[in-house]
Structures are given as structure tokens and as C-alpha cells.
Design a protein around this ligand. Structure first.
Ligand code: PMP
Length: 443
């Protein structure tokens, strides 16, 4: 009735949501924000960011490639070989559910409180024990837990680099690392690679002429090439590091995902003098979402790194650390890894078989013995960008070679990650790429 309506009007007016206008009736009041928009405009004020634009420039031309890759999984209709992430079906949801449901309530202090900057001691001990099994002689004081190995790359670059310093990387290499080093002002020197990893024979002449601050390498199941550095080159690399006093930063996210019978050892297993700073992560062997990774290095480096880490996040999220620590303590990781190895080997084989069947002759593809990636040289003069553009219309995705090159190369290469692609779509996806290639060739 009328009184109810009047009461409602009065209530809205008392909350400032409507106002009466003589001759026009009662209208919804313009919000404070709308009034401000009218006065100042709707553009985001540049003074709020305080940027000139130069800060982003340091990140390089491919600044958005990684964040775009991280979100490709959300686009359902595309068959994607783009992101180097674990398969969704192989994420350890059941394992995590089980450790949380019967351990969390009794261990809340470790799981939910702040923890030491270096990480939960139980996890550091678990990681050290696993590394020892792989031939690396470390104890827990030489381990620091990180919020992703990305954080490790950033912290090490902050610790070791001054703007303008040079860093040696492999060509091609993991684009996230190059981006991080560049963002902190590094100048990148690329060393070519082949199927045995970094061309260490070419490294020496660079070290003789320049003074790089460190050498960044992916010796085992390289991203993107899948290569494993030969034993001989590993030994020579360590020798050069000692001779020229240049530390080595070993990035090893894929070492435990091997398809042969023999587990490859990290480069650090050969390091008797503490020249190798070793990084690895849970992102490929468990889940990127837990954001748990680690660095193994001599204690003076760990203590300097922890000062830098503290400034940024105090500690890696304790819940994620506790979960990983419990998975290791309850001996659940090895079974999970065995499953990953079997499934990813199968996906690699499916992908290679489909390539054999559907791609034109003249394409060269590696057959990696571990990791997530196939590195493909396109036939003749075919350009990766052209293929990507046309393949996108066929709703299939991958990453072009250029962002992995610090020297502008890679125009004729693409990286296919077989790990995350759904098994039942692999053949179809590879066929779509093959047909697109043939169409381009026949023009
Ligand atoms: N290094 C390499 C070689 C990688 O492939 C990745 C992930 N794609 C990372 C580091 C980053 O891993 P995280 O999730 O631990 O930051």
C-alpha cells in the first residue's frame, strides 16, 4: 500500500541512494564515483602508477608471453600445446586432500603460522634427503625454500647483478629467466646449444674476453629443446667456472621427469666446490599452484638470499610448504612421480607418432628423454609466426621460437608441450598443425 511505498522511499533517501528534484520527481542519486568521473575523466591517472614506461621496456618485447601462456588453459575450445604445465588430470588433488584431511588439524602451527624465511625445517630436510639420493651432497642448511623458482631467479639476480652486468645463457633458453635478468638490468650473452646441450667449447672464448656475473643453464631436459648436456660438457663447464671464477646457476625443474631407466643426476652432483647454485621446483612434479620451489647453495649464499627474500614475502606460504613436506614425509611423492613418468612418456610417444603421420617431410623434431617439450624446426623457410597465426584459426596453439632466443633467432622453430595437452586431442591437434603447414607450403 501507499505507506509501504512511502517508507521505502524514505529509507532509500536516508541511505543517500535517491534524491528528489523539483519538477523532475525522485531519481536515483549519482554515485560519488560518477561525480568524480565527470570531474576528472575516467582514464587511470598516470601519476598513480608513477611510471614513465621505461620500467616495462626493461622486460623486453615478450613481456606478456608468460602470463598469456599461464592463462591459455582456460580457453577450452583450443587444443593447446602452449603452456609448459602439468596435465590437469595429473595434479595431485587426491594426495593433497588426504594429507590435509588427516594431518592439518594436528599440525596447524607448522601449516598455518609464519615460518622461518629459509622455509619449514621439515621440508628443507626432506628436499636435502631427496637431493642426496640424486647424488648431490647437501644438508638442510644449504637449502632455502622459495615461492616458485621464479622467485629464486629474481633473488639471485638481485644478489649477483648490478645493472649493466653480463649474464651467460644458452640459446635458446627459458624465456622467464631472460626476462627476470633483463628486468634487473642484465645484458644477455647467448651461447649456442646442440643436442648435447650448451656448446661449452664456444663458452671458453667468451669467458676469456668478458666478465659475466654468472652462467645460467638448463642441463637436464632443457626448456625448450629437451636436450641433456653430455657428461663431458658438464665436467668441462665446471672446470671453466672454476678457472674463470664464474658461478653457475643450474635450473632443474624437469630432472625427475625422465622416460628412460636411469635417473639423470643434476650438474650439481659433480660440483665439489660449491660453484653451482641449484634451483628446482614443485611446479612440474606436483602442482604450480602450491608455489613451492627451492635453491641449494653454500650457506653464505643462502644467508644472503634470505635477507633479500625477507624483504619481499617474509616466507613462502607455509600451507604449501607443509603440504609438500607431508607428501615427502609420508613417502607419497615417488609413486606420484612414477605415474607422471609413465603418462608423460606415453603422451610424448603419441605426439611423435602423430607428427610422423601428419607433418610434411623436412620438419625436424627432437625425441626428448624427459621433460615436457618438443622442439621443432619447421620445413624450409616456413616462419613460425605465419604458422601460429594460421593455426590459431584452426584452434590449435603452441609457442613460437623467438621468445626463447636472446639474439632474435628462432623464427623457424616452435615449441610443443605435450604434457598438458589432453591425450584424446593430441592426434587431432597435431593433424591440424600438419594441415596448416601443408597449406602454407602449397601457396
Ligand atoms: N625454470 C624453467 C626452466 C621453467 O620451465 C619454469 C616454468 N615454466 C620455471 C623456471 C618457473 O617455475 P616456477 O613455477 O617454480 O616459478
Amino acid at each position: 500500500n501507499r505507506t509501504t511505498v512511502m517508507n521505502a522511499y524514505n529509507e532509500l533517501a536516508s541511505e543517500g541512494l535517491i534524491e528528489g528534484h523539483v519538477g523532475r520527481g525522485t531519481l536515483v542519486k549519482r554515485s560519488h564515483f560518477e561525480q568524480e568521473d565527470e570531474e576528472f575523466g575516467r582514464d587511470y591517472p598516470s601519476w598513480l602508477l608513477g611510471l614513465t614506461g621505461d620500467e616495462d621496456f626493461a622486460l623486453g618485447p615478450d613481456a606478456r608471453v608468460l602470463s598469456e601462456l599461464a592463462s591459455t588453459g582456460e580457453r577450452q575450445e583450443v587444443i593447446s600445446f602452449a603452456a609448459g604445465t602439468p596435465a590437469q588430470q595429473l595434479l595431485p588433488a587426491e594426495i593433497i586432500r588426504s594429507v590435509v584431511s588427516d594431518g592439518l588439524l594436528t599440525d596447524t602451527r607448522h601449516a598455518l603460522d609464519y615460518c622461518p624465511v629459509e622455509g619449514l625445517q621439515s621440508l628443507r630436510r626432506g628436499i636435502a634427503a631427496r637431493l642426496r639420493r640424486r647424488g648431490v651432497s647437501v644438508d638442510f642448511q644449504q637449502i632455502m625454500v622459495l615461492s616458485g623458482s621464479t622467485q629464486g631467479l629474481g633473488l639471485l639476480a638481485r644478489l649477483l647483478l648490478h645493472p649493466g652486468d653480463e649474464v651467460i645463457v644458452e640459446t635458446p633458453t627459458y624465456l622467464g629467466a631472460v626476462q627476470t635478468f633483463r628486468a634487473l638490468g642484465a645484458r644477455i650473452i647467448g651461447v649456442p646449444t646442440d643436442s648435447d646441450g650448451m656448446r661449452v667449447d664456444l663458452l671458453e672464448s667468451i669467458l676469456a674476453r668478458r666478465s659475466p656475473r654468472f652462467i645460467y643453464t638448463l642441463p637436464t631436459f632443457h626448456n625448450p629443446t629437451g636436450a641433456v648436456m653430455s657428461q663431458e660438457r658438464r665436467r668441462r663447464l665446471l672446470l671453466l667456472s672454476r678457472r674463470y671464477q664464474v658461478p653457475i646457476l643450474e635450473d632443474d625443474p624437469y630432472g625427475e621427469i625422465y622416460f628412460g631407466d636411469k635417473e639423470p643426476q643434476p650438474l650439481k652432483a659433480l660440483d665439489t666446490r660449491g660453484h653451482v647454485i641449484y634451483l628446482s621446483t614443485c611446479s612440474k612434479i606436483l602442482a604450480p599452484g602450491v608455489r613451492v620451489a627451492w635453491v641449494a647453495a653454500p650457506e653464505p649464499i643462502i644467508s644472503r638470499l634470505s635477507l633479500h627474500k625477507q624483504v619481499f614475502d617474509l616466507n613462502t606460504n607455509a600451507l604449501g610448504q607443509w603440504i609438500v613436506s607431508e607428501i615427502i614425509r609420508r613417502d607419497l611423492l615417488d609413486g606420484h612421480l612414477a605415474r607422471l613418468r609413465e603418462q608423460y612418456r606415453h603422451k610424448r610417444d603419441l605426439t611423435l607418432q602423430a607428427i610422423e603421420q601428419y607433418w610434411p617431410k623436412g620438419t625436424r623434431v627432437n625425441s626428448p628423454e624427459g621433460g615436457f617439450h618438443l622442439w621443432c624446426r619447421l620445413p624450409g623457410e616456413m616462419r613460425a609466426r605465419t604458422l601460429l597465426r594460421e593455426a590459431a584459426q584452426e584452434r590449435v596453439a603452441f609457442v613460437i621460437g623467438e621468445p626463447f632466443h636472446s639474439d632474435g633467432g628462432g623464427q623457424h622453430h616452435i615449441r610443443l608441450s605435450f604434457a598438458a595437452a589432453e591425450e584424446e586431442h593430441i592426434e587431432e591437434g597435431i593433424q591440424r598443425i600438419g594441415e596448416t603447414m601443408k597449406r602454407i607450403q602449397n601457396r
